[in-house]
Design a protein around this ligand. Sequence first.
Ligand code: FE2
Length: 585
Amino acid sequence: MTIILGINAYHADSSACIVIDGQLVAAAEEERFRRIKHWAGFPSEAVRYCLREAGVGLEEVDWIAINRNPKANLSRKILFTLTNRPSFSLVVDRLRHAAHWANPTRALADAFGVEETLLRPRLCPVEHHLAHLASSFLVSPFEEAAVVSVDGFGDFLSAMWGVGRGSHIEVRGRIFFPHSLGLFYQAITQYLGFWKYGDEYKVMGLAAYGEPGFLDRMHEIVCLNVDGTYKLALEYFRHHAEGVEMVWDGGEPVCGRIFTPKLEELLGPAREKDEPIGERHAAVAASLQAMYEQAFFHLLNHVQRETGLRKLALAGGCAMNSLANGKIFERTDFEDTYIQAAAGDAGGAIGAAFAVWHHELGRVRGFVMDRAYWGPAFSDAEIEEIVKRYRPRFEAEGCVIRRFDDEELLCEEVAERIAEGAVVGWFQGRMEWGPRALGNRSILCDPRRPDMKDILNRKIKRREPFRPFAPAILREHVAEWFETDYDVPFMLQVFRIRPEKRARIPAVTHVDGTGRLQTIRREQNPRYYRLIEAFYHKTGVPVVLNTSFNENEPVVCRPEEAIACFLRTKMDALVLGDVLIWRSQ
Ligand SMILES: [Fe+2]
C-alpha cells in the first residue's frame, strides 16, 4: 500500500488530500475547519481529517507531496533579481516565504505533537503549475488532452501549458513573472473597491451590468504577443518592483495594493470600498472581463493550434472564471473540457499527490474525479445526538423536528416546502471539495419566484444585489433549458439559458440571460437528484436554486455549524441527513 499526503500550504486556500494506491480517499480545504475564508498557513486540520477518513496514522504516510518547488525556475529568479533590482523588502519577503517550505515534515510533527524522527515520508515538491496541470489532467477522463494552467503566480510562473498523454505531462510553454493574467484581474478587482482575497467572482457578476467601454484602455495594460502569450504594461503594477504586501501565514490571506496611481490616470479614480457602484464601475468590470477573455482565448487558441488536440484539461485560479469557461467551445476549437472541482490553489494538493503516484512511481492512470464529495460526513447517530443536544434551542425558536425513515417521503416533503417558497438548508453526506456547494452543503429554494433573490439576501446571504444565484438542473433536462447540452458537474461554466425559459426561472437567470449551472446525474448524488426530481414532478421545472450553505463565512462543515447558521438567520427549514427541522411560526 502506498499512502501519499498531498498538501497546499502557506498560501491561500490551504488544503490537504490523501491518495492511497492511486485512489483519492479524502480532500478538504483548511478554511472549513478553521472557519476563516481562504485560510492560508499549514493545513493541519485538513491533514488530520484526511488521515482519520483514511484510517491511517501520520507515521504510515509514505510520501508528502507539496505543490511548490522553491528550486523551480531558480535561474530565472536570479536573472530577474539581477536585471530588475527589485526592492530589498520584496527579496526578503520571497526568501522568507520559500523558507516555510524547507521542512514540511517538521511542520507536520509540530502540528501533531509527535517526534519528527518517527516520521519518515519522502518529500516531493512539485512545481506549482505542474501540480495545477496534474490536478486536472491526471484525474480527468481524458487519455490525451491539451493542458493549461493560468493563475496569479506560483514558483515564478503565471501560466504553463502542454500535452497530457496517459500518465505523462509534457510541458511546452510558460509565462514568467512579472506577467500574469490572474494578477491583472486581481488588480482591477482591487481598483473596483473589492479588496478581500478571492473577490474576483464579485466582479464577474458585476461585468454583466456594463458595456466594455474601457476595453481600448485595457489594451494599454495587457498586450497580446504573437506567440499566444501576453505581457503586462508594468507601469500600472507594483508587484515586480516595490512588491505587494502579502500575508499567507495562519489566517485570512491579505494582499496589498497591486496597482500604481498610473492606473487611475488611465481609468479614472478607483472606487472607494463603500462608494456606491455606478455605471462606470460596471463598465470597467465588463471591460476587465472582456480583456481577460481576449488574452485567455488568445492563449487557448495558440495551445489548441500547437497541439492539434480537441480536449482541454484546465486548472489554476483563473480556471474559476466560469464566465470565460462557458465560452471555450464558442471561441476556440476545443470540443471537450475538464475542470476539476477545486481548480484553484486548493486543488494543487491533489495535483502534487497524483504527480507523485504517476510521475515518481510510474503508475498508470486509474482514477477519475467525477464528483466533488471528498470531505467529512456525519453518521445518522451523530446527527441524532447533535439534534438532541440542540432540541431546547429549536423548541425555543418554535421549531418542529421530524425524522424520515423513507428518503422518498423526505424528498417529497422538502420539495413541497421549496415549491411553497421556503429557504431550505440542505446538509447531507460528505462535504464538497472546492469552493462550490454542490448539493451536500447547500441552501436550496424555488428558482421560479422573481423575488427569491431578494428573499434569500434578506434572510441569509446579504450579498451585493448584482451577484447572481445558481441553478442546479437534472442532467437529462439541460438542453431544454440551456443553450448547451454539456455536463457541468462542478458549477464552473456559465451558459445562456434559453430565452423562452428565462421568465420561468427568474431567480437564477442573471441580467445577461445566463446561469452558472450545476448538472446532476443520479449516480453522482442520488438523494440530491431525487429531491430535484420531486420538485420537477410538482412544478414541471427540473431546476432548483442552489447556493452555498453559509452566511459570510466558509461553507458549513459540521452539523453544529449548519444549525448555528439556521438559528442565527431566517432560514425556514433545515435538513440534516434524515431529519427535517422547520420554523412553524
Ligand atoms: Fe496557483
